[in-house]
Design a protein around this ligand. Structure first.
Ligand SMILES: [Zn+2]
Length: 422
């Protein structure tokens, strides 16, 4: 069993929107999990000691809306290291909103302009890729690939299947048995009746349902976008502030006022609407419902700091406490997705980020930095108790850099040194 003692924590963020701060400066991690919060340093023994040197420790950020490819590259953006760059910026878990951008799999539809549709219009059959079997196979393959492929130990929850015409009930039983945990309505399916059947079959096997909440209906025969969203009635309204164009106001109002759906607020979306939704949900005393994500990679490109940037923007326009917004981007996303982590609590995975104000900033802590509009920086990123990044040459330095030592190893080194001189 490996033990890591974290000491010298200036501020400890919980990941729990109902109690965002924990009054403790030490943590004990055993075999990748948080074992104790508030430890007696004089008696604790550990293989590794991390001195936070007064910096802020928070659960690793979650990106509640990410579109993964196979592996750590993004053919649509012609870019590599798309996931690891985000990890270096403090995100330790990603939730797939559908592997919608696979080359050849982003369904060309005459009503859905996108890169592939434009290409398809030049000769290819625009309806060719409407393919339930392909969608199911892709979802299972993506889940398998990301379960075992974990650069920097990242957690990519890729088991999200996109709804397509032609699913049968047995498909959902099969998919659930193979790790698929979410049904995403992205491209419109033909009939409302089918969409409702899919969402019920998904719920029957314990899958979550997420919608593309934006500028098109999720079914082709629906009289309106709003009506199609009401018929599907998802657990999670994907990008409630648009991806990038939002749904009509009455759909957003319905989600806020008439449902208990989790509302995913994304970097690429309409920030005016994002701000309005977050304010209203907090006024309703339902802060658990807000998730924060990027909706990348996509037309906006790859922005490694997108989740942090969204927290900053939401703070600047709502003045809600920065710690609360961080908890929305951590514990809320884990809970809404029924996944472990996202919180600093005994027994939870030790996915932690050590943050501080940037060197040279007039602010003096992570939270103060967000509150003053400056960008904070991570000094150390840990996933499952393993240090995966310590200092990042791609980013500015935080004021307080955590230091790492190995007491047992140091004692052994000392004995060897003493033995050598005798
Ligand atoms: Zn998306």
């Amino acid at each position: 069993m490996t033990r890591t003692l974290v000491r010298g924590v200036g501020t400890l963020i919980s990941g729990d929107v109902r109690a965002p701060l924990i009054d403790a400066s030490t943590l004990l991690i055993e075999s990748g999990r948080i074992a104790e919060i508030g430890v007696d340093e004089s008696t604790a023994t550990a293989d590794t000691v991390i001195d936070a040197n007064g910096s802020t420790v928070a659960p690793g950020l979650w990106d509640s809306h990410y579109h993964p490819y196979f592996g750590d590259y993004s053919p649509r953006q012609e870019a590599g290291s798309t996931v690891t760059r985000v990890v270096k910026a403090g995100v330790t878990s990603f939730v797939s909103a559908g592997a919608g951008h696979q080359p050849g799999m982003y369904l060309p539809s005459p009503n859905l302009p996108n890169v592939q549709a434009v290409r398809a219009a030049k000769g290819a059959d625009p309806t060719r890729a409407r393919d339930a079997r392909g969608s199911k196979a892709l979802a299972i393959a993506m889940h398998r690939a990301w379960t075992d492929y974990r650069p920097m130990r990242v957690k990519v929850y890729a088991g999200t299947v996109m709804a397509e015409d032609g699913f049968a009930r047995d498909d959902f039983v099969d998919m659930a048995a193979h790790g698929i945990r979410m049904l995403k309505f992205l491209r419109p399916v033909s009939r409302i009746a089918d969409a409702v059947a899919y969402r019920n079959w998904a719920a029957d096997v314990g899958m979550l349902v997420m919608t593309h909440t934006g500028n098109r209906a999720v079914t082709k025969d629906s009289p309106s976008i709003t009506r199609s969203l009401q018929d599907v009635h998802p657990d999670i309204a994907g990008h409630i502030n648009g991806g990038p164009t939002p749904a009509p106001r009455d759909a957003i109002d319905w989600f806020v006022e008439e449902t208990d759906a989790a509302l995913d607020t994304v970097f690429i979306g309409n920030m005016r609407i994002g701000v309005d939704v977050v304010r209203r949900i907090v006024e309703r005393d339902e802060p658990e419902r807000i998730l924060i994500g990027s909706d990348l990679p996509g037309g906006t490109g790859i922005v490694p700091t997108a989740v942090l940037r969204t927290i900053q923007l939401l703070h600047q326009f709502t003045d809600l406490p920065a710690a609360l917004l961080v908890c929305m981007a951590t514990g809320n996303t884990a809970r809404a997705n029924r996944l472990p982590g996202g919180v600093v609590a005994v027994g939870e995975p030790a996915d932690l980020v050590f943050w501080d104000a940037a060197d040279g900033s007039e602010s003096d802590s992570f939270l103060e930095s967000i509150e003053q509009g400056d960008r904070p920086y991570p000094g150390l990123v840990m996933i499952d108790g393993e240090i995966v990044e310590h200092g990042n040459p791609l980013l500015l330095e935080p004021k307080r850099m955590p230091t790492v030592s190995h007491p047992a190893r140091a004692a052994t080194d000392e004995r060897i040194a003493v033995g050598a001189s005798a």
